[in-house]
Design a binder for this molecule. Sequence first.
Ligand code: 13P
Length: 246
Amino acid sequence: MRKQIVVGNWKLNGSRALCEEFALGLGKFLSRESIVGELAICPPAVYIDSLSSAMVINEVNVAVGAQNVAAQEKGAFTGEMSAAMIKEAGGSYAIVGHSERRAMFGDTDELVATKAAQVVAAGITPIICVGEELAVREAGNHLEFVGQQVSAALSQAQSATLIVAYEPVWAIGTGNTANAAQVQEMHEHIRKVASASVNAELTPILYGGSVNPSNAAELLGLPDVDGALVGGASLELEKFIAIAKR
Ligand code: 13P
């Protein structure tokens, strides 16, 4: 069985106070409700350590992850953060290749593959993001485009345990969620392409892009959707809980 997981990506948002609110609030919620599978939060890097400590101290079964990782293991790379450091700070996951990093910070397919391999080598799990721009979908090339992103990102994966997140760029932060047919079609395609590099039947494929409490149940119910990568709605405890609730 593939695991189901709902991951919050806080992007450049949050504070120490929000970390405390989530650790306590999720603890209370998990003590009385059943959820989709697993939960994880990826706060800005400076909060990984304190958020994961707060989860441990309060005995809350929610994982913590990073939003990015260095492509190198160590050395003279000012401003970078290695996968081993993320793990030592209590992180179990690292998002790589988010479309915002691809668009604004030069994360190429090759760099994404190298970063994912670094994360795997450190013994934590990469969440590899892929997704097409609107123009690519309108031209009818979305399956081919995303398929190529997946093959490139998994080129150094060597049967590793990893997660793929399909996030169509046009659905991120726009309120325009991809519809169920579009999501299922793409997830099935991603699983087929990924099977050349990893055990795709055991690889969770998450959907991301304007997931909210009203559309989560339908999306998470699709056969090839194994969870969600949630941006905006993951900053509000009530909404995040509503998305994760069974
Ligand atoms: P939104 O949920 O705000 O659309 O963001 C999705 C995303 O980019 C998660 O990584």
